[in-house]
Design a protein around this ligand. Structure first.
Ligand SMILES: [Fe+2]
Ligand SMILES: [Fe+2]
Length: 387
């Protein structure tokens, strides 16, 4: 390619450069002074000299969360063809067509049925109306939670340091948006009324959204995502809900995010231990406890004991909390046996012939794949090794 240089006026070029350098040094100095004395100087936490956001590159976090999220990015059109999404690329659609062509005629018919309104008919064959209502009541609890997850992650984006952490949070915002809209369509295809938020969940989600700065990580990525992880892990083997496995995989990355972030930007001792912060955390967890008896009837309808689910969730949440450095009061060693007593006390009162059970040792997540994902999120926390 032939590139022809155009003539310019050298003196004018130099004058423009000098003007820019002068104004640059004046404005940057003024903004620096304003920032130092607490006035609003530069707003963007961005270092254009270093070509990084404040906090540095943090490529480790970028690889663990942003790169991995994109690698595992799933499309509703491909994974849930019975929902009204057209989010697949041309290449993905071609691949789907090829896959369909290689199926036997019976398999093709089954796939066709799934991609048509027959999905609803299949739900009607698989479930009674009461069972459909129970599933919608359970799933909508997390469906409304996805709206808050979207809101909270978008705000958290403004509070994290480094290019890698911002890239990670940006993927979470995208995934929560997808979770909200896809789950909404899935829930609505059950054709039963969708309940409002229960007041216990309302309190949990509002206090998470109102939490200051990185405290949002506790309410959202530890408590709410811990509940979501457990719920998707428990429901993804139900007929018609297989797509929830992918939600589960995304949530596992979200629960690991605070732990991975705090490795580079640890909470201060005061942030971890101060009594006011511990009390705020307890205030977030308490309404979640009241959700358990509230969901008991609907969970029982689909064969799940609410206290097995509650025990499973609380064990996972306290574990994630400790790993992230969010200390709790009372400590998990005191809290978990206390909760076990509380659960058994409630069951003694409400279930004839109840004998003591270790609900806190239960695990309601089902399926080898699901359990492996949780082992990684809860155990190693480093998410880069899987998939
Ligand atoms: Fe989500
Ligand atoms: Fe999430």
């Amino acid at each position: 390619m032939q590139i022809t240089k155009l003539p310019t006026n050298k003196r004018a070029n130099r004058a423009n450069d000098q003007l820019e350098r002068l104004v640059n040094s004046l404005i940057r100095a003024a903004d620096r002074t304003k920032s130092t004395v607490g006035l609003s100087g530069r707003k963007a936490p961005y270092d254009d000299h270093g070509y990084e956001f404040m906090g540095g590159a943090n490529d480790r976090l970028r690889r663990q969360h942003y790169d991995k999220s994109l690698r595992l990015l799933w499309k509703a059109e491909d994974q849930a063809p019975y929902l009204p999404f057209q989010d697949a690329t041309r290449a993905e659609r071609d691949l789907m067509d090829m896959a369909t062509r290689s199926l036997t005629p019976e398999e093709q018919a089954a796939r066709q049925a799934l991609s048509a309104p027959e999905f609803k008919a299949q739900l009607n064959r698989d479930y009674s109306t009461r069972q459909k209502q129970a599933i919608v009541n359970i799933l909508s609890a997390i469906g409304h939670g996805e709206a808050y997850a979207w809101l909270v992650s978008a705000e958290l984006l403004a509070h994290v340091k480094s290019t890698g952490a911002r890239a990670a949070l940006t993927m979470q915002v995208l995934e929560e948006a997808k979770h909200f809209v896809v789950l909404r369509e899935l829930i609505q295809s059950f054709d039963v009324p969708v309940p409002r938020l229960s007041i216990w969940e309302y309190l949990l989600l509002e206090s998470t959204y109102k939490a200051k700065g990185l405290d949002k990580f506790f309410g959202m990525n530890v408590v709410v995502e811990g509940i979501a992880l457990s719920l998707f892990g428990m429901m993804s083997h139900f007929p018609g809900l297989e797509v929830l496995r992918l939600f589960h995989l995304d949530e596992s990355r979200h629960t690991a995010l605070p732990v991975n972030y705090f490795k580079d930007f640890p909470l201060t001792k005061w942030q971890r231990k101060n009594p006011a912060a511990k009390l705020r955390r307890l205030k977030i967890i308490l309404p979640a406890l009241l959700l358990i008896p509230l969901l008991e009837e609907d969970l029982a309808e689909v064969g799940i004991d609410a206290f097995d689910f509650g025990g499973s969730v609380l064990r996972k949440i306290t574990h994630l909390s400790v790993r992230a450095g969010f200390e709790l009061t009372p400590s998990p060693e005191t809290l978990l046996p206390l909760l076990s007593k509380l659960f058994n006390g409630y069951c003694k009162l409400t279930r004839p012939g109840h004998t003591h059970r270790d609900f806190l040792a239960s695990d309601t997540s089902i399926g080898e794949e699901v359990l492996a994902v949780e082992r990684e999120a809860l155990g190693h926390v480093e998410t880069h090794s899987a998939a």
